[in-house]
Ligand binder design. Structure first.
Ligand SMILES: Nc1ncnc2c1ncn2[C@@H]1O[C@H](COP(=O)(O)OP(=O)(O)OP(=O)(O)O)[C@@H](O)[C@H]1O
Ligand SMILES: [Mg+2]
Length: 388
């Protein structure tokens, strides 16, 4: 990691005659520093019509830079009050992580209390708004038809991006918040993972892992939700849930599957036990290769196993998804099921404070939660799951 960006900032402070490019940008080795004014004009003064969403970190606007480039501008909420140096260290780290399946951070703005991130803009918005009927910014999002080839590449591309974060990025990154709204889709519906590396920009007591579900916490690995054990395998679990959403076209935040009002992972396991897995597949998917879809479901089940050490690595997941491998289902064990508060909301699309918590209060949640992890202490070795 290089720190020449600090030199440039210091230089700006000390020497107001430093020449800036026309758009008010100082360019560092790989992070562009935008002036607040330039972002204000890119978003027409942060006009509500430029707003494309809001999440746990703040509000996101669509902006157009002077050269015509579309960008997503994420204005971080006030809690991110890190000093300039610490903030830039993290920003520099994030922008060094580049992969075709990761949303590229273009630059940032640090002026006064403003902390703003500028990302490449993805035309097809998030998987949540494209595939799942989700309430985003108060309105039900548009449902776009995704055929199987598109869904398959969304799964594989996301797996590639996550495998890169886990195994090739330097330093390696546990995402912590893999979910449909953090998978952005470009104009060809190729997926890019957003919001990686952001957790460090916020102090520990600030809510940043927002599960954003009403009723059931859909993506959290039980050992992470209940015990705070954050490993790459927690991401693998979330990725498995995401795959089930892609295949079923249903949100994991629903608790409406079957007569027992199960959550998606539970429901999938039940269907598997009863030999009815075909019922999981999105009825809107008419033409699909049955064997491949079944393999994808099996991979998702391997990922969501209760015992974290039984779950494959993301590299193994990539292998399992990209090749016609035979998966040894005898090694498959029950999924881990974490349920947060019960609420009356069944659709679970909106933001719910009940499903949102910081690391600090996770222990309290555990008392009110239920966990199903019969294989939690299983000692089977991970390598046994390798595709044959
Ligand atoms: N680079 C981008 N290009 C296009 N749209 C984006 C981009 N980044 C975010 N968005 C959209 O902005 C909205 C808000 O994103 P944001 O990341 O703030 O919230 P979230 O993903 O719903 O929750 P969280 O804060 O937990 O990540 C999402 O609906 C997403 O589709
Ligand atoms: Mg997000």
């Amino acid at each position: 990691m290089t720190f020449c960006c600090f030199a440039i900032l210091n230089c700006r402070k000390g020497n107001s005659s430093l020449q800036e490019p026309a758009e008010g940008i100082a360019v560092t080795n790989n992070v562009r520093i935008f002036s607040y004014n330039s972002l204000r004009s890119a978003t027409r003064n942060f006009h509500p019509s430029s707003r494309i969403g809001a999440g746990g970190y703040g509000v996101v606007y669509k902006g157009v830079l002077r050269d015509g480039t579309n960008v997503a501008i994420k204005s971080l909420s006030a809690e991110s009050t890190q000093g300039t140096r610490e903030f830039l260290t993290e920003i520099n780290m994030i922008s060094n992580i580049r992969h075709q399946n990761l949303v590229q951070l273009i630059g940032c703005c640090i002026e006064g209390t403003h902390r703003i991130l500028v990302y490449e803009y993805l035309e097809n918005n998030s998987l949540a708004s494209t595939l799942l009927e989700t309430i985003i910014s108060g309105t039900m999002s548009k449902h776009v038809d995704l055929d199987w080839p598109k869904r398959a590449k969304i799964c594989l591309g996301t797996a590639l991006g996550l495998a890169f974060l886990h195994e090739e990025a330097e330093p390696s990154v546990v995402h912590r918040d893999i979910k449909a709204s953090n998978i952005l889709l470009d104009r060809n519906f190729d997926p890019k993972i957003g919001d990686f590396g952001l957790a460090k920009l916020f102090p520990d007591n600030v809510t940043h892992v927002s599960t954003r579900v009403a009723g059931t916490v859909g993506y959290l690995a039980p050992e992470y939700a209940l015990l705070g054990q954050l490993t790459k395998k927690a991401d693998v679990y979330s990725f498995g849930v995401l795959m089930l959403e892609v295949i079923s076209g249903s949100s994991s935040s629903k608790t409406a599957f079957g007569e027992e009002l199960s959550i998606l992972v539970e429901w999938t396991w039940k269907l598997k036990q009863e030999g009815r897995l075909v019922e999981l597949i999105d009825p809107e998917l008419i033409d699909y290769p049955n064997a491949e879809v079944m393999r994808f479901i099996t991979v998702a089940l391997f990922c969501t196993q209760a015992a974290a050490n039984q779950r494959p690595s993301m590299k193994q997941v990539v292998e399992m998804l990209s090749k016609e491998v035979h998966l040894n289902e005898k090694l498959l064990t029950e999924p881990g099921i974490y349920k947060g508060h019960k609420t009356s909301k069944l659709n679970g699309a909106g933001t719910s404070s009940e499903g949102t918590f910081s690391r600090g209060d996770r222990g309290k949640k555990a008392i009110k939660s239920t966990i199903s992890s019969p294989q939690f202490n299983s000692s089977n070795s991970l390598t046994q799951m390798l595709p044959r």
